[in-house]
Design a protein around this ligand. Structure first.
Ligand SMILES: *Cc1c(COP(=O)(O)O)cnc(C)c1O
Length: 400
């Protein structure tokens, strides 16, 4: 089978809910991936920041395969010997008191929304079924019906209504709009500290601090969706750490397992997560020993191997060097750590053709929002890899 055969097989039997680049990958190692024709590419997407630890990290391969031979799934009807240790590693690494494990990011977001509503009724004293949660325009929190219901992206919602009520949208990065939108029924504000899918949008300096103050003043939970920005991607454990702000609820996923297995989690205080009673919420696979074993190791790899500092150092370097590239097409380079967006001018003809040109030169990127090229390589990247990529990016950003 060649590339065309693999693609036609996918297209024949699978729903076409993605438009992937025409590259069929079969192997990965660190920042590098290899296709079925033997071509080598630098992965500058990292599966939307799920592979922060690099492809097939040997310690994660070991943790996964050892656990797979031992025990994979118990369900939460029984306890397993890996879950408690995972909780402990997660809470000690992040400084939160409690966690609730799920699988995908969207499930963790749903869990956080449930937690916020429950807290609103039980602790804040909001009347039944009146809770309001404030979210931002341009958000991306996943693809469930509840979550797309408060997306401002028309295509995410089209044909999928009706949607659950109780969500209010405000502009991103605007602290005044947040304060103005709060009512006595507001239980939470949920926000991405940097909007990833929205186009790598960095809010104004001081925004998250103001959000913290406003939420404190009005007794509203501050919930950060750190699924993409968390776990080292931006050069700190959490993107909120750049403003030394601690949300009441942090939602993580993606890199929590280093891309081996879907593992997500909600992190919060006992006051919030302690409200869940047996039977309130659950997931067959959530907290399974295979996921717990690999996620514990993935967190340890992040901290022990200095990946967060590397993201900070090389992210700054990458971003500075990108901004220096003389190019007729670039409007702005922005981001934090190794979450970098290059926004092209409207007349550049869209980001897709630049991503395809980068693919021809051995770099895999994905455009976001038509005009932004996102560079988010695994955090194990080395300076010489960045330099190699910059050479090719310079050429591509100077094509006709
Ligand atoms: C990817 C992502 C999600 C959804 O995660 P899934 O695992 O795809 O469900 C939610 N929020 C943010 C910020 C994300 O980047």
């Amino acid at each position: 089978m060649n590339t065309a055969d693999y693609i036609s097989l996918e297209d024949q039997y699978g729903a076409h809910n993605y438009q992937p680049l025409d590259v069929v990958l079969e192997r990965g190692d660190g920042v590098w991936v290899y296709d079925v024709d033997g071509n080598k590419f630098m992965d500058c997407l990292s599966a939307y920041s799920a592979v922060n630890q690099g492809h097939c990290h040997p310690r994660l391969v070991k943790a996964l395969s050892e656990q797979a031979q031992q025990m994979t799934l118990t369900s939460r009807a029984f306890r397993n010997d890996k879950l408690g240790k995972f909780y402990q590693t997660l809470c000690e690494t992040t400084g939160y008191e409690m966690t609730l494990p799920m699988n995908t990011g969207a499930e963790a977001v749903e869990t956080a929304l449930k937690a916020a509503r429950k807290w609103g009724y039980r602790v804040k004293g909001v009347e039944p079924d009146q809770a309001e949660i404030i979210v931002c325009d341009g958000n991306f929190h996943g693809r469930t019906i509840t979550v797309v219901g408060f997306s401002s992206e028309a295509q995410y919602k089209e044909d999928f209504g009706p949607f659950p009520p109780g969500f209010i949208n405000i502009p991103f990065g605007d602290a005044r709009a947040l304060e103005a939108a709060i009512t006595p029924n507001t239980v939470a504000f949920m926000v991405e500290p940097i909007q990833g899918e929205g186009g790598v949008i960095v809010p104004p300096q001081g925004y998250l601090k103001k959000v913290r103050q406003i939420c404190d003043k009005h007794n509203v939970l501050f919930m950060a969706d750190e699924i993409q920005t968390g776990l080292g991607r931006t050069g700190k454990l959490f993107a909120c750490d750049h403003e030394e702000v601690r949300p009441d609820v942090a939602i993580i996923g993606k890199a929590l397992s280093g891309g081996f297995y879907p593992v997500s989690a909600v992190l919060a205080s006992k006051e919030i997560l302690g409200l869940f009673r047996p039977g309130d919420h659950g997931s067959t696979f959530g907290g399974n020993p295979l996921g717990a074993a690999v996620a514990s190791e993935a967190l340890t790899v992040l901290t022990e191997e200095g990946l967060i500092d590397n993201a900070n150092e090389l992210g700054e370097y990458f971003q500075e060097r990108l901004a220096e590239i003389p190019s007729p097409h670039v409007k702005e380079v922005r981001g934090r750590g190794l979450l970098i967006g290059v926004e092209l001018k409207p007349e550049a003809g869209g980001a897709r053709r630049f991503c395809e040109a980068l693919q021809d030169r051995g770099i895999l990127c994905k455009e976001t929002h038509q005009t932004v090229i996102r560079f988010a390589p695994p955090l194990v990247i080395k300076r010489e890899d960045v330099d190699w990529a910059l050479e090719h990016i310079t050429e591509v950003l100077n094509m006709e």
